[in-house]
Design a protein around this ligand. Structure first.
Ligand code: ZN
Length: 202
């Protein structure tokens, strides 16, 4: 499966000059909401992810996704695996489980995101499930930004990766593109101004 091509065809792999939430700049940006806009594409991506998870022998009763970004990917992954799907959400900055979703003691969970960058939201979601007695058997994402090592990839984990070493992480592809501090950004040097993804129609 050529995930990069699927992202490009969906205009989800953007090229430009982007201001990331970290304050750094990048020439590329992944807008996963765009790739999930087409339910058929979303289902195909999730089925491929589910296949990898099954081959590895991961057992799970439920998928849990951090809202908002992870919900669609998590839901489709749960459908492909034939298991439940729930999500955690931030309330005043703190990740919580609401809406009557339940975690039974010993239940096995896959934490699913659309994109894993350093895995911050995913690990917060995992902590919520763990504190309620659930067990995390895997992390999953459609795309990996290349900070964390996924199963079947040679990309090395960087220090900023927040995912634990002892739980496997599955993703369909690595998008390991360069990020620059504003001072060192080559695009800024040419006088271009970084824009926040999501603004100006992207
Ligand atoms: Zn720049």
């Amino acid at each position: 499966m050529d995930v990069e091509k699927i992202y490009k065809n969906a205009n989800a792999y953007l090229e430009g000059h982007f201001l990331l939430s970290s304050g750094n700049h990048s020439r590329y940006y992944l807008q996963s909401a765009k790739v999930l806009e087409n339910p058929r594409t979303a289902a195909e991506l999730a089925q491929e992810l589910a296949k990898q998870i099954k081959i590895y022998g991961i057992k799970a009763d439920c998928v849990c996704a951090p809202a908002l970004g992870g919900i669609l990917a998590g839901y489709e992954l749960a459908r492909a695996l034939g298991i439940r799907s729930i999500f955690t959400e931030r309330v005043e900055g703190k990740m919580t489980l609401r809406r009557g979703f339940e975690v039974k003691k010993g239940e096995k969970f896959i934490i699913c995101e659309d994109i894993i960058t350093t895995g911050g939201s995913a690990i917060e979601s995992a902590r919520v499930i763990f504190e309620m007695g659930g067990q995390i058997t895997a992390f999953a994402a459609l795309a990996n930004r290349g900070f964390c090592t996924r199963v079947n990839s040679s990309v090395k984990t960087k220090l900023s990766c927040k995912l634990p070493y002892d739980i496997p992480f599955f993703a369909l592809a690595d998008f390991d593109f360069e990020i620059f501090s504003p001072e060192e950004c080559p695009m800024c040097k040419f006088g271009s101004v970084a824009v926040k993804p999501g603004s100006r129609g992207n």
